[in-house]
Design a protein around this ligand. Structure first.
Ligand SMILES: CC(C)(COP(=O)(O)OP(=O)(O)OC[C@H]1O[C@@H](n2cnc3c(N)ncnc32)[C@H](O)[C@@H]1OP(=O)(O)O)[C@@H](O)C(=O)NCCC(=O)NCCS
Length: 167
């Protein structure tokens, strides 16, 4: 293991040159992700270059920090910090179907938790998942998130978590 990730994998902060690989990852896993999280919609794919550029601008400002899990030139996962403000951010992640179930999310989440505290100066993170997404809940609990609430009404009950960070 290097960097706590399975051998051969690495984490990089989102950059302009990742555009093609990120789009390929999202296209290849679209149906797989849509079974667990809301589909991004057709516009996401047709307007991808502009969206990628906009995300990089936001990242430059510091309101988001996006990370890729790379296997060679291929993106096999994403771990994102969104809405950075007042030392806190919303945490999200997705791992390619072909890489699932071998600890990639657990390792990548651990690595980005370190960055969140040490590099971005965050002191707490928030995360939410659908109540039926047991894999995601397992990842969050193992990473030290604690459940703070749930919404049981509606079609898709949600569970919410928080994680305190220390530098
Ligand atoms: C959720 C997701 C990130 C997990 O990625 P992963 O790399 O497979 O995760 P890991 O291998 O690190 O760990 C998964 C854990 O969930 C457990 N798990 C998987 N399916 C499960 C289920 N149905 N019930 C309970 N636990 C389950 C695994 O056993 C594993 O725990 P273990 O190592 O203790 O056995 C990935 O499946 C994914 O991207 N799904 C689609 C998008 C998504 O749901 N994102 C999260 C939105 S909140």
């Amino acid at each position: 293991m290097a960097d706590g990730l399975p051998d051969g994998l690495r984490i990089e902060r989102l950059a302009a040159e990742h555009a093609e690989a990120v789009l390929a990852f999202e296209v290849e896993n679209r149906a797989y992700f849509a079974a667990s999280v809301k589909d991004r919609g057709d516009d996401y794919f047709t307007e991808f270059p502009a969206r990628h550029a906009a995300l990089l601008s936001e990242q430059e400002v510091g309101t988001i920090q996006f990370h890729l899990v790379l296997d060679g030139d291929q993106v096999i996962g994403r771990v994102n910090l969104v809405d950075l403000a007042d030392g806190s951010a919303e945490f999200g992640y997705r791992i390619a179907e072909k890489a699932a179930g071998r600890g990639v999310a657990t390792a990548a989440v651990g690595k980005v938790l370190e960055l969140a505290a040490a590099q971005y100066g965050l002191t707490s993170l928030r995360a939410g998942t659908s109540a039926r997404n047991k894999a995601s809940q397992a990842v969050l609990l193992r990473a030290g998130f604690v459940q703070t609430g749930e919404v049981v009404a509606g079609d898709e009950p949600q569970v919410f978590y928080t994680r305190q960070l220390t530098a």
